[in-house]
Design a protein around this ligand. Structure first.
Ligand SMILES: Nc1nc2c(ncn2[C@@H]2O[C@H](COP(=O)(O)OP(=O)(O)OP(=O)(O)O)[C@@H](O)[C@H]2O)c(=O)[nH]1
Length: 320
């Protein structure tokens, strides 16, 4: 967690200290030579103040206004240092330190350990940079997680939702149908004689055919309808807000689209690649039971000669 990151992780341990009697002229030189933006003022090993670039600018400005900008007038550090500087504990969190900076309008925080010894210094810039870096990393992580999550729901061969995605969406669709009282439908679609296709044309051509079939069916979907790879060469349509006739029509559109591809299949009595389907719809029915009804119809469609879709009705299945 962002707020748990302790200041000890980003403070600078390189302390540049001066005595209260150090001249301001020397203090400026020390800051410039060491490339630091603040000096800690120590007397007898005890921190008594802090001098920042801002203190120097304010000091110079005041002297300039009085026409006194010469080395003698610059004085000593104790005259311009901030006494009893606001400190943070090295276990304080990054967020707490940033809040202190903002609340007190200060940019440099000496860091103390448990014994109250000075162990480092942290600037508001350090804190903001670390904060931005951590946020960036968190964002990248979240994006990666999101991408992984999406990938884990997509079938890599067909580029459509996989079985997991189907189960998740079926649950949502079923719950929504129960809530609203409107029917939802589904259809199971299975390519005909696909083993023969693979055997004759090879597995790679089989994969290409599966991709082409998925693409052709996806192009027939209405908004809100979803297509999934149910398993092997079997696909499933999930059709929210759809009654029995709507489900039958969607399945029939899918069947017709695959036939229209006219992919040669010399081992099929039909001459081209086709599919058979079973459709079902309901309102209060559980997804599993609709799938089982659709599966029965799919089996019947195969038995009836393939390249057709059947609808599950409470009385008897009917063809299109
Ligand atoms: N190329 C390819 N083939 C697959 C894939 N997944 C499943 N199959 C094949 O699909 C074939 C399905 O065969 P069956 O279940 O016997 O069905 P079928 O030959 O289509 O016969 P019917 O369904 O009765 O018309 C098997 O040969 C599987 O190896 C895949 O990802 N790529």
């Amino acid at each position: 967690m962002l707020q748990d990151i302790p200041i000890a992780q980003l403070m600078s341990r390189r302390l540049t200290c001066v005595a209260p009697v150090e001249t301001v002229q020397n203090a400026v030189n020390i800051m410039r030579n060491r490339g630091v933006s603040c000096l800690l003022v120590k007397d007898d090993g005890r921190m008594v103040g802090i001098v920042t670039e801002r203190d120097l600018v304010t000091h110079f400005d005041a002297l300039l206004a009085r026409g006194l900008l010469d080395s003698a007038s610059l004085g000593v550090v104790s005259a311009i240092m901030a006494e009893q500087p606001v400190t943070v504990h090295y276990n304080d969190s990054l967020v707490a330190a940033l809040q202190t900076c903002l609340a007190k309008s200060i940019r440099h925080l000496p860091v103390l350990n448990d014994a109250g010894d000075l162990v480092g210094v942290v600037t508001q810039t350090d804190i903001v940079r670390a904060y931005a870096h951590i946020l960036e990393r968190q964002l990248a992580l979240e994006t990666d997680n999101e991408r992984l999550k999406t990938l884990s729901l997509v079938d890599p061969l067909m580029g459509i939702g996989n079985r997991r995605a189907m189960e998740r969406d079926l649950g949502h669709t079923q719950a929504a149908a129960k809530r609203t009282g409107s029917a939802y439908g589904l259809a199971l679609l299975d390519i005909d004689w696909f083993k023969r296709y693979n055997d004759h044309y090879g597995h790679q051509m089989g994969d290409e055919a599966l991709r082409a079939v998925a693409k052709a069916i996806a192009a027939t979907l209405r908004q809100g309808d979803r297509l999934y790879r149910y398993g092997g060469e079997e696909l499933m349509l999930l059709l929210p807000d759809t009654d029995e006739q709507g489900a039958l029509q969607a399945a029939e559109r899918a069947r017709a689209a695959v036939q229209a591809l006219q992919l040669p299949h010399v081992e099929s009595p039909l001459g081209v690649l086709t599919l058979s389907g079973g459709a079902a719809a309901g309102c209060k029915e559980a997804g599993d039971s609709l799938i089982s009804h659709a599966d029965t119809c799919l089996y019947d469609a195969k038995e009836a000669g393939r390249n057709r879709v059947l609808l599950y009705e409470s009385t008897a299945p009917s063809t299109t």
